[in-house]
Design a protein around this ligand. Sequence first.
Ligand SMILES: N[C@H](CCC[C@H](N)C(=O)O)C(=O)O
Length: 289
Amino acid sequence: MRLKFTKMHGLGNDFMVVDGVTQNVELQESLIEQWADRNFGIGFDQLLLVEPPSRPDRDFRYRIFNADGSEVENCGNGARCFARFVLDNKLIDSPLIRVETAGGDLELNVQPDGQVTVNMGRPRLRPEKIPFNATERANLYPLVVDGQTLQISAVSMGNPHSVLKVDSVAQAPVATLGPLIESHSDFPQRVNAGFMEIVDRNNIRLRVFERGVGETLACGTGACAAVVAGILNGWLDHKVAVELPGGSVVIEWPGDGNVMMTGPAASVFEGYIDTHQSYSLGRSEGVSV
Ligand SMILES: N[C@H](CCC[C@H](N)C(=O)O)C(=O)O
């Protein structure tokens, strides 16, 4: 079957977006992993599947699959691209879009200038809701990684995030600590590992080693989690510009209630792929002559 898709990105966090409303789509984890490969496939951080809603008070359901094929609960940059996609493809004609995800409900609003504001819902802070192994909720938790005890914050935006404050994101050991935090046993469903540099009370820099992907150029839910952690720890005010390697996004959180995110979404190209085509991801063993 030929499957139509659109390649999109939010601040360089890139997606294969698939219309599962007008197309009959059946996805396999192994195919997603193949398609995500940047040499043997299309190449993306996440695949976003747009489906009809399961409830009358929602316009769509939106499912998110990491590059390793794992299905996850939420994707902030993806939500902005989702909104752009359903409008561009005339699946809805209202700039106000109500979405259900595995991690909770989102409300999206596409502004006239193309920026998209997303109500990302309430952050989840209780350890059992993240999930994170801790006996009680705290703003900072000790996490023993590679023989050192880090002080991290743990926040869920539907998906789990660890936030580590660092002096400089440029110098942060993302490549070494990122995977160790991502797979740490205190996060039973693994975790997205954020590294946050406080510039001032209204500006941070952030890098994220994403669960199931690795370091991405941007992470919307990671930006939300970092700002929530910074506000809870008294380091940030309630409106923060988050500078990620791929660009900036604005996060607002009054200290309780919903987190609001505003940022861009871009379409790059449309394409088709044969869902029955499969190939090995292994580098060829070479040919024998
Ligand atoms: N890039 C996404 C986050 C994907 C989260 C995924 N890596 C997970 O396992 O939760 C964002 O903009 O929020």
